[in-house]
Ligand binder design. Structure first.
Ligand code: T1G
Length: 693
């Protein structure tokens, strides 16, 4: 059953019961409407209570149904709400914990609303690229007023029930028994007539046009490529400018428009992708995790300090270990400096700062860290150094401690083999700045124990990271793909493009930063060191020499004040440099390449499809468990535009046959051997399927 029906005295109770959050799918709507019909037909019933089982009143419409026939099948959410509103007996919504989206819209169609203090109330549809499509844009302003309702709908953020007194007829204490309280309330108002309907109210807002125009301008400025926020403003405006039924019709039209947009599909894809990423097929969801009550971090440099902050922010004590006191002092001072700048920006209270710093201790001796539940090493990226550290860790860490490496390019299995406990070893690849970037690549070694993996996934949630599981390969998921992206960026320079054209095309596509500005930010010498290693290990892979020539000019990027671009003190703007562009043009001549004009379309295709093709290989090899995991890596760690859903989702929307045709085209061009179409891509394209299908 997905909605239960019980009668308590003269009050019928309909309990929505569709775990985990009572999403109002077709079966739930059908059972609930049948409950309302039963109550209407039972003369002994004088009032009706609708409530939710488990951890929510309702998390809204069942997003999993969208873009399927069930979503609009009768009884639709509109019909369910209209049945409640049209009931001849009073209907009371009894709300606890979470009441969101369609759930809140249902409650607005009820005659009364009661809630526990602390219940989270929201219309978050805008975060899915939608708008409240079951009357929320018309009813909420009639209850809260135009401005508060517009703010809730455009932000999509939850508000605690006690902050919305106008919305509720009664708010009970957080620890009150909701159902008996709601039944008592229902019995009390059972005979009150006329039944109060939100739709009968008016929205009064003098000079509303000026406010709405101001809202349009503000929302247009912040919405970027997303159409939903402005649609929210226009539909809420209808609650003032149109009759109720006309407003409802307008809302419906705009909702049906938005649900078909790629932006909304991308946002909904990301919503589920984030939740899917923590599911590992061969690790049951109820796998017991090891308690993580303390951490040790080896290395107090940029990464070690940033990683330490993640644990401190989550309230987990950290013991920071370094080889030299001055490195330790510098690391601790840097952490304090970060917190103090958050304090200045009002993002942190002094109390929180002190509390976090009190959780931080430091040491020069491995003997002091043995009792930590997890140790994360963030030392110099060289296998010999990692070996020395892990042999020490193996010697001092208590049994059952998790030994994590933050390596970004080395083989986690080799590192595990330096210990007698490879099952306790795992990769936790944080992205710089580690205290800011959401992505955490969790690298599963071939020996990594299942409970260690489950613990790392649970820990990533506690650290407010998006944990994505990767197998062991060079560059794991993100860096392995970005290498192909960077190769294409270099080849484009040889063929006729200049850095600013490539970056502008990439940033117009939506990347936070194009490849050359990103190189200048990260440091071009990092890529240089990796390529030098590649030239020895994998001589068959070609790269453009332009990036090496740039480093030979000493132009490592922002840290040297000059890279692909020039930079001025205190100014993050990238200024093209004539000597660099001359070097690029000269290099084409040296290669005997006649430079040509390259379109932005080709630039974007070569950058993005290089990611997609490598992503397909990563999928085939089982390095990533699913395409949406690859999308999460790029959405949370590499500045890929959210409204395009990630590289694999973007390829699906572009059409895999089109992606394959483009790859075949580029395989005929300069450095065409870089374009070997992945067999999985060829297979899916031939079968008319998608990566995320
Ligand atoms: N539909 C289907 N599944 C949902 C869902 C929903 N609305 N909300 C959550 N889930 C699943 C989620 O995928 C996960 O699944 C599990 O529930 C737990 O979620 C017409 C059109 C409610 C605050 O946008 O914000 O109504 O991984 O891990 O941290 O106007 O989920 O277990 O298989 O997030 O406790 C509008 C979205 C819908 C709310 C609970 N509603 N959900 O947070 O658990 S559109 C939303 C959330 C709509 C109408 C429109 C949160 C939560 P699995 P979780 P949580």
């Amino acid at each position: 059953m997905t909605a239960e029906y019980q009668v308590h005295g003269a009050v019928a109770v309909i309990t929505l019961n569709n775990p985990p959050v009572n999403g109002m799918g077709l079966a739930t709507r059908t059972a609930a409407v049948q409950g309302l019909q039963r109550a209407a037909a039972d003369d002994a019933v004088k009032a009706i209570v609708i409530t939710g089982a488990g951890k929510a009143f309702s998390g809204g419409a069942d997003i999993k149904e969208f873009n399927t026939p069930q979503a609009l099948a009768e009884p639709s959410l509109h019909t369910f709400i209209a049945t409640a509103e049209g009931s001849s007996k009073p209907v009371v919504a009894a709300i606890h914990t979470v009441c969101m989206g369609g759930g809140l819209e249902l409650s607005l169609g009820c005659h009364y609303r009661v809630a526990l203090l602390g219940a989270q109330i929201a219309l978050p549809e805008v975060k899915l690229g939608l708008l409240p499509g079951a009357g929320g844009t018309q009813r909420l302003p009639r209850v809260l007023g135009l401005e508060p309702a517009l703010n809730m709908i455009v932000s999509g953020n939850p508000v605690s029930s006690e902050k919305l007194p106008a919305l509720f007829d009664e708010i009970f204490a957080a620890d009150a028994e909701l159902l008996p309280s709601a039944i008592a309330f229902a019995a009390k108002i059972a005979d009150v007539r006329p039944l109060p309907k939100v739709r009968d109210r008016q929205v009064n807002y003098p000079n509303h046009e000026a406010f709405l125009q101001f809202s349009r301008n503000t929302v247009k400025a912040m919405a970027g490529p997303f159409p939903a926020p402005l649609e929210c403003v226009e539909t809420v405006a209808a609650s003032v400018t149109m009759k109720f039924e006309d407003g409802m019709q307008f809302e419906r039209e705009r909702f049906l428009h938005l649900i078909q947009t790629t932006e909304s599909k991308a946002l909904r894809h990301a919503f589920f992708a984030e939740r899917l990423a923590s599911k590992v097929p061969d690790v049951p969801a109820d796998t017991p995790v090891r308690p993580i009550k303390s951490a040790a971090i080896i290395g107090a440099g940029t990464m070690g300090g940033g990683i330490a902050m993640n644990f401190l922010n989550a309230g987990i004590p950290v013991k920071l270990l370094e080889q030299r006191q001055e490195a330790l002092d510098k690391g601790i001072a840097t952490i304090r400096k970060h917190y103090e700048s958050s304090l200045k920006k009002g993002k942190l209270t002094q109390e929180k700062l002190d509390q976090r710093m009190s959780l931080l201790t430091s040491t020069l001796s491995y003997d002091d860290i043995g009792q930590a539940d997890i140790v994360v090493e963030a030392v110099f990226e060289e296998l010999g150094v990692k070996e020395a550290v892990f042999r020490q860790l193996d010697a001092v860490m208590k049994p059952g401690a998790i030994l994590a490496t933050n390596t970004s390019t080395l083989d986690v299995d080799k590192i595990a083999a330096f210990t007698a406990r490879p099952r306790d070893v795992i990769g936790t690849h944080f992205f710089s700045p580690a205290n800011v970037m959401k992505l955490l690549e969790i690298v599963r070694g071939k020996e990594t124990a299942k409970d260690v993996l489950a613990t790392a996934l649970a820990l990533s949630k506690k650290l407010k990271k998006t944990g994505v599981v990767s197998g062991v390969c060079d560059g794991f998921i993100g860096n392995r793909m970005i290498e192909q992206y960077s190769r294409q960026a270099g080849f484009l320079l040889e063929e006729g493009a200049l850095p600013e054209q490539v970056d502008q095309a990439a940033e117009k596509f939506g990347f936070a930063m194009g490849p050359f500005r990103m190189g200048d930010l990260a440091g071009n010498d990092i890529g240089w060191a990796i390529r030098k290693r590649r030239y020895v290990e994998k001589p068959e892979i070609s790269y453009s020499k332009t990036a090496d020539l740039l480093c030979e000019m000493g132009r490592y990027g922002q840290k040297t004040g000059a890279g692909w671009y020039d930079y001025k003190a205190g100014d993050r703007k990238a200024y093209p440099n004539d000597a660099v562009n001359a070097m690029i043009v000269q290099h084409s001549a040296d290669l005997g390449i006649a430079r040509r004009r390259i379109s932005d379309t080709e630039i974007v295709e070569r950058l993005v499809y290089a990611l997609v093709n490598e992503g397909a290989l990563i999928l085939e090899e089982g390095i990533a468990m699913r395409a949406s995991d690859i999308d999460m890596v790029y959405l949370t760690g590499y500045g890929f535009p959210l409204y395009r859903g990630g590289p694999m989702f973007y390829a699906d929307t572009a059409g895999l046959p089109n992606v394959l045709a483009a790859i075949h085209r580029y395989a005929q061009g300069h450095q065409g051997e870089a374009w070997k179409a992945a067999p999985l891509l060829q297979k899916l394209a031939a079968e008319g399927r998608t990566f995320n299908g």
